[in-house]
Design a protein around this ligand. Structure first.
Ligand SMILES: Nc1ncnc2c1ncn2[C@@H]1O[C@H](COP(=O)(O)OP(=O)(O)OP(=O)(O)O)[C@@H](O)[C@H]1O
Ligand SMILES: [Mg+2]
Length: 147
């Protein structure tokens, strides 16, 4: 039923909880799980010195790449998949757009993600990434809410 599950992660406990739920579903259905972290390329412009023409250096690219890899590694540690096949992928772009593209490309049968993430403002019930994915996804989406 759910052969391939896509789990977008941003390093928040919301997305770690979502990944744990995805692994439970995968155990039941024998699914493969793909963890996906999207480095938001708009961050590049906030890293450099304030100036009219932003300069993107290799050091900035490496820092973002390293940060993204550790988000994936930490999530893998948190879910401790054991009997489930889990892969991890790092991509660059606008998170919601990349998640939607990847989901359509394979295609995935289910997306499991957190309701909120690292940007969590207490007044918001849902973040902008999960909201956009729910709105535009062509495959089922499971939104994992936190207590
Ligand atoms: N850069 C990302 N790469 C992969 N998945 C992401 C990324 N950002 C968010 N997600 C996924 O979307 C879920 C909801 O996060 P979202 O960004 O929508 O909420 P937020 O950070 O609270 O709000 P906002 O980003 O709008 O300020 C996360 O739990 C995670 O599953
Ligand atoms: Mg966010």
């Amino acid at each position: 039923m759910f052969k391939n599950i896509l789990v977008p992660v941003d390093g928040s406990h919301y997305s770690a909880n979502a990944a744990i739920k995805a692994v439970c579903i995968a155990k039941k259905y024998g699914s493969k799980v793909k963890l996906l972290h999207v480095v938001n390329h708009s961050q590049l412009y906030s890293l450099g010195p304030a100036q009219s023409m932003p300069v993107i250096t290799n050091t900035m690219l490496e820092a973002l790449n390293k940060g993204g890899q550790s988000i994936l590694e930490d999530t893998l540690k948190a879910i401790n998949p054991l009997t489930v096949m889990v892969e991890a992928e790092l991509a660059w772009g606008t998170p919601a757009n990349v998640i939607l593209e990847k989901a359509r490309e394979k295609p995935y049968d289910l997306i499991v993600m957190g309701s909120r993430g690292l940007g969590a403002m207490l007044s918001l019930l849902q973040g902008s990434v999960s909201e956009r994915v729910v709105k535009l996804s062509t495959c089922p989406v499971m939104i994992v809410k936190d207590r």
